[in-house]
Design a protein around this ligand. Structure first.
Ligand SMILES: CC(=O)[C@@H](O)[C@H](O)COP(=O)(O)O
Ligand SMILES: NCC(=O)COP(=O)(O)O
Length: 239
C-alpha cells in the first residue's frame, strides 16, 4: 500500500460543467466515482471568480465525500466564511491573486506570518488540518512550522517545467526542502503540474511525501483513458 495519498483535483471537471450552465458532468458523481476508482482524497480550489469550482458546490461535496476533502485557496473573507459553514478535512492556503490563471508561487511565510498564524489557528479550531503552499525554500518551510501549520504543500510547477531538460537539477531544491521539513517536524504535500511522466521520480526522491493533489494533467489523461484507468496509473507512480 502506498504511503503517499493521491487527491484528485476536480477544478477542470467543474470548468467543463460550467461551459454549458447545467450540471453536466455532475461534479458530485465524478467525485464519488474517482473515490470508487481509488482516489484517496478530493481537492477543490474555488477561485474568487468561481470559473470552475463554485462556492455552492461545497455543501454537497462536503456532505458526501468519504475520503479526505481538501479545499485550497486564498483565505479571503468569502473563503473563510465558506469554511466556517462547511469545515474541511484539510485546507491548503494558496496566495493566488484574484484573477490568476493558475497558482504560480507559494506564500512568503515570514512576511505574512501574523496573518497566516491567525487564519491557521481559526481553521485548526474548526477541525481542519492546515497546509501552506510554499516554494521549495527551507526558510518558507521553517516559517510555516513557526506559525503553526501542520503541513506544507510544495509548489511543483518549476519542477515539472524543468523535468524534461534536467530532472536531477529539477528535483534538487525539493530534496533540500523535504529535508528541511523533516528537520523542523512539519508534514509534506506537493502539487501543481504533476503528471504521469514526472510523478514517480518526484516520489522516489522525496520519501517523506504524504500527499499529492493532481488535477489538470490527470483530467486530460482521463479524456483519453477514463478516470477508472488513469487513477490506478497515478497511484502506481506513488508506490
Ligand atoms: C494550488 C495548486 O497548485 C492547484 O490548486 C492549482 O492551482 C490547480 O488549480 P487550477 O486548476 O485552477 O489551475
Ligand atoms: N494543489 C495542486 C492541485 O490541486 C492540482 O494542481 P494541477 O495538477 O491542476 O496543476
Amino acid at each position: 500500500m502506498s504511503t503517499c495519498r493521491l487527491s484528485v483535483n476536480l477544478n477542470k471537471v467543474a470548468l467543463i460543467r460550467n461551459a454549458r450552465g447545467a450540471n453536466f458532468p455532475n461534479l458530485l458523481q465524478v467525485a464519488l466515482d474517482c473515490e470508487k476508482f481509488g482516489a484517496e482524497g478530493i481537492t477543490v480550489h474555488p477561485r474568487p471568480d468561481q470559473r470552475h469550482i463554485r462556492y455552492d458546490d461545497i455543501p454537497e461535496l462536503r456532505g458526501k465525500i468519504a475520503t479526505e476533502f481538501n479545499i485550497e485557496g486564498n483565505p479571503t473573507p468569502e473563503f473563510m466564511d465558506l469554511l466556517r459553514k462547511y469545515p474541511s478535512d484539510q485546507v491548503t492556503l494558496v496566495p493566488d491573486a484574484a484573477q490568476a490563471l493558475t497558482s504560480d508561487s507559494g506564500w512568503d511565510t515570514l512576511a505574512f506570518a501574523s496573518f497566516l498564524q491567525e487564519v491557521t489557528e481559526e481553521l485548526k479550531s474548526l477541525g481542519a488540518r492546515v497546509s501552506i503552499f510554499v516554494d521549495p525554500d527551507p526558510k518558507m518551510i521553517e516559517g510555516a512550522k513557526k506559525l503553526g501549520a501542520d503541513r506544507v504543500e510544495l509548489y511543483t510547477g518549476p519542477y515539472a517545467h524543468e523535468y524534461k531538460a534536467d530532472r536531477a537539477a529539477a528535483i534538487a531544491p525539493y530534496i533540500k526542502a523535504a529535508e528541511a521539513a523533516a528537520a523542523v517536524g512539519i508534514e509534506l504535500n506537493a502539487g501543481h503540474d504533476l503528471n504521469l511522466v514526472n510523478l514517480a521520480y518526484f516520489k522516489q526522491n522525496i520519501p517523506n511525501l504524504l500527499e499529492v493533489s493532481i488535477g489538470h494533467a490527470l483530467t486530460v489523461d482521463a479524456l483519453y483513458m477514463g478516470f477508472q484507468n488513469v487513477i490506478p496509473l497515478y497511484k502506481n507512480c506513488l508506490r
